[in-house]
Write a protein that binds this ligand. Structure first.
Ligand code: ADP
Ligand code: ASP
Ligand code: MG
Length: 806
């Protein structure tokens, strides 16, 4: 014989009841079918009762809804059935009368509430048994409890005996309401919310059933609550211990007390999906595997808890403190979810449901009144707004490094762990965090413990100009390959251009970014973007700056401090005052995240990366000679008789090589910024002002606006052409070179002849020469496209991928 329990969602509507019936009728064995109230009904009754207590007439509306739902369901399933309808009406009338009573007295006791709540299961079991055409056995006739209404304790001696006689010689199918019982005085009690699972287990154990099947709306016990973690997947096998721990820490799929009766009798439990009966579900048995599975089976969590802390030097080395504390709490019938004591014995913290926090603190303070008066113990501290998260797995026992990996992952994501406990059985590690960090914690842990082969990045992009839009199309094109080959998934969670911004915590369709931005009603604002990004509190977040905005660059510190990595194509921050640059680098390092700006020098060329590798491996940079302006190189390579300076600069701008205002390039200030960054990354403390600039165009060009400049640039054409001719006659070429040597960092126009590495530098290419202690006689050269949106975007993309490999 088997016990099958169908939860509220499985018996919510006529359609789902038909589905459940198909599962039941498909069995060729004796069955006991335990049913919950119709989905949502227990909550509805509760709400109606609470309104009635406050004398709020609205409860009539709820009552009418409850009535209507049951009667129409009955009509839909069974057409004309005056018998069942009569039975339902009698219960509904009883409900109406009791609610009227509650209104009159203005008081709702737990006893009355249990009587009301029990009607949910009484009605559902009546309908289902009649629909199946089977016997109905009232659980309240054989499950006997004490009188702790709301969550009564079962008297197993009496209950088991009564079950045995009620089901003696049972054949076929019997339907039993879950959740409900009676006390010895014959008053209705309930087994606690979710208690129908427990009813199933009590029956299965008492009757030595061959299995207990819990039919619900998910495929089984999953690695995490699928309503929070969309990537959670079904765990095929769990041990009783693992299932108990997971459910104790909030995995609602099974009511925690359910495990004990079936565990004692070693009755296997299957969790199955009513809506996908073909899915294998989860099997809960004694041994969950062969020891070769992942160390962690699942994560669960309980929100809305409070941490109560007793602290004081008067506790050190004194015996009996914990006993007194926990006895005092037990006296108040407060359930303790979690305990943690440091080995210094200076503090004991324990977690309780938030609603019990004040009572727990009061009980503790009363117990230690004397010690508190003598300052041996400080006052009891209560912290609310917290959640507990637990990871569970038998294999944690054999595996080292689980806690290390767990807490470093949490730390890198900026999740503050308030308290930690690990049971000596090593079956679970649990820790306390703020409610606001719960979602992020579950995601981070789920990813690092279960899907480590799949890393996800949550991308927030500001700037959709040339570089930003290229980046998005490159990501869109590479997405499939990255997932397949690098197990990396990039989710675009936020995007902004100068006009609008758009956010989606689930990740938006990258191919549709233009439309999403165009349709967004959110006006772009840097502080608002950052605020929303930090409020979303997503794990593995990375902020990408594809703008040239000083306001955004000035926000990096705030972003990094929120544990969000920064990838900047924007050069402003890395070339700002040394102290700011250094603070940003140090903050990223301390937080275990990244601040990357490879594209600040030489677009997509691996210039900064190479430098970092050299320096980190103990090399020392002695001198840098570099052509760092793709724009200027393009200009000097293009200048000719037909292409005077003014025409050439215009062409460079049209090709997208220049900064928005080309004078930034012509002044050399862009090269100065790059040299500054290279020197700093080489380990030198350098400020912009220490670099000598020999500009290539006269001072008057820098007065006025960019338009003024365009109007006057032709004045320079003649002089440049004369000098160019002279140079060509000498068979030499102009290169705008950045030189770093200690004591004389400078940018200047150099004339180079054939044989010089810079001589043959085509188009807009860059060339960087590092002379280091190791690469001394023959310096290291890096050469290639140093400008252009596509290569810059590729460099940003490479930085992004680097963030994912922390
Ligand atoms: P029923 O009405 O069938 O008793 P419940 O709502 O009590 O169903 O329990 C099923 C729900 O438990 C799922 O819909 C899911 O949201 C939630 N849940 C929480 N944690 C887990 C988990 N680890 N695995 C599966 N479901 C979970
Ligand atoms: N109907 C009850 C509840 O909603 C019991 C159950 O569904 O298990 O809590
Ligand atoms: Mg349930």
């Amino acid at each position: 014989m088997k016990v099958l329990k169908f939860g509220g969602t499985s018996v919510g509507t006529a359609a789902t009841i038909r589905q459940a019936a198909e599962i039941i009728r498909g069995r060729n064995e004796d069955l006991i079918v335990v049913v919950s109230a119709l989905g949502g009904i227990t909550d509805e009754i509760h709400r109606a009762a609470a309104l009635a207590e406050k004398n709020d007439g609205q409860y009539h509306r709820l009552l009418e809804g409850i009535r209507e739902r049951h009667l129409s369901l009955c009509a839909e399933l069974m057409k004309e059935d005056p018998d069942t309808t009569g039975g339902l009406k009698a219960i509904l009338q009883e409900m109406d009368q009791i609610l009227t009573g509650v209104t009159l007295i203005g008081e709702l006791t737990l006893k009355t509430l249990d009587r009301l709540l029990a009607m949910g299961e009484r009605m559902s079991s009546l309908i289902i048994s009649r629909f199946l055409g089977t016997e109905l056995k009232n659980a309240a006739d054989f499950i006997v409890t004490d009188s702790r209404f709301g969550k009564a304790a079962v008297d197993f001696d009496v209950t088991n005996r009564r079950i045995a006689s009620a089901f003696a010689g049972h054949r076929g199918i019997a339907v039993v309401p879950g959740f409900i019982a009676k006390n010895p005085a014959g008053e209705y009690t309930t087994l606690g919310r979710g208690g129908s699972d427990y009813t199933g287990a009590i029956l299965a154990a008492a009757l030595d059933a061959s299995a207990l099947e819990i039919w619900t709306d998910v495929d089984g016990f999953m690695t995490a609550d699928p309503k929070v973690i969309s990537k959670a997947y079904t765990i095929p096998v769990l041990s009783y211990g693992e299932a108990m721990e997971l459910s104790n820490f909030g995995a609602r799929v099974i009511y925690p007390p359910t495990i004990l009766p079936v565990y004692k009798k070693e009755i296997p439990v299957c969790i199955r999906n009513t809506f996908r009966p073909e899915a294998a579900g989860t099997l809960i048995v004694r041994n969950s595997g062969n020891g070769r599975e992942r160390p962690i089976k699942g994560i669960s969590s309980i929100p809305g808890i409070a941490l109560v802390t007793l602290q004081g030097i008067g506790m050190v080395g004194v015996t009996g403190i914990s006993m007194r504390l926990f006895t005092a709490i037990a006296r108040e019938k407060i359930n303790i979810i979690f305990i943690s004591q440091a080995s210094s014995e200076n503090t004991i913290s324990f977690a309780v449901e938030e609603t019990a926090a004040a009572a727990a603190a009061e009980a503790a303070e009363k117990e230690f009144e004397r010690e508190i008066a003598r300052d041996q113990i400080n006052r009891v501290l209560v912290e609310t707004g917290l959640s507990i998260v637990a990871i569970v797995g038998e294999n944690m026992r054999q595996t080292t490094g689980v806690a290390g990996k767990l807490f470093s992952t949490l730390g890198r994501n900026g999740i503050n762990v308030i308290s930690i406990a690990q049971g000596a059985s090593e079956l679970n590690i649990s820790w306390v965090i703020r409610n606001s960090d719960l979602r992020k914690t579950l995601n981070v842990v789920h990813e690092s413990c279960f899907l480590s082969e799949n890393v996800e990045l949550n991308l927030f992009l500001m700037g959709t100009g040339l570089v930003g839009s290229h980046l998005l199309s490159q990501i869109a094109a590479q997405q499939g390959k990255l997932l397949r080959e690098s197990r990396l998934k990039i989710r675009l969670a936020g995007i902004a251009n100068v006009h609008r911004m758009h956010f989606d915590r689930e990740g938006m369709d990258i191919g549709a970014w233009k439309q999403l931005l165009a349709e967004s009603s959110l006006a772009a604002s840097v502080p608002d973007f950052i605020h929303r990004m930090t409020e979303m509190n997503l794990y593995n977040s990375v902020f990408v700056d594809c703008t040239a905005s000083p306001e955004i660059a000035a926000s990096y510190l705030r972003i990094l401090e929120s544990n969000i990595s920064v990838v900047a194509a924007n050069k402003i921050a890395a070339s700002s005052e040394y102290d700011n640059y250094f603070t940003l680098k140090r903050t990223a390092k301390n937080k275990g995240i990244k601040f990357l700006f490879e594209t600040n020098v030489g677009a997509g060329l691996p210039i900064i990366n190479t430098l970092n590798d050299l320096v980190n491996s103990g090399d020392k940079v002695i001198r840098i000679d570099a052509v760092l302006s793709g724009t200027l190189n393009y200009i000097f390579n293009t200048l000719s008789e037909e292409n005077p300076l003014s025409v050439t600069v215009r062409k460079a701008q049209e090709a997208g090589y220049t900064e928005p205002d080309p004078r930034v390039d012509l002044s050399g200030s862009d090269v100065v910024r790059k040299l500054l960054i290279l020197a700093r990354e080489s380990g030198y403390r350098l400020e912009k002002e220490e670099i000598t600039v020999h500009p290539i165009i006269p001072a008057f060009c820098f007065e006025g606006t960019a338009d003024d400049f365009w109007n006057r640039i032709t004045e320079l054409d003649a002089d440049f052409e004369t000098r160019r001719k002279l140079l060509a006659a000498k068979n030499m070429r102009w290169r705008f070179v950045a030189v770093f040597e200690e004591g004389n960092p400078r940018v200047e126009l150099q004339e180079v002849g054939p044989g010089h590495p810079f001589y043959d530098l085509e188009g807009s290419n860059n060339l960087i020469m590092y002379r280091t202690e190791r690469y001394n006689e023959f310096p290291m050269l890096i050469k290639g496209y140093g400008a252009g949106a596509a290569v810059t975007a590729a460099g940003v993309f490479a930085d992004l991928i680097k963030v994912s490999s922390i």
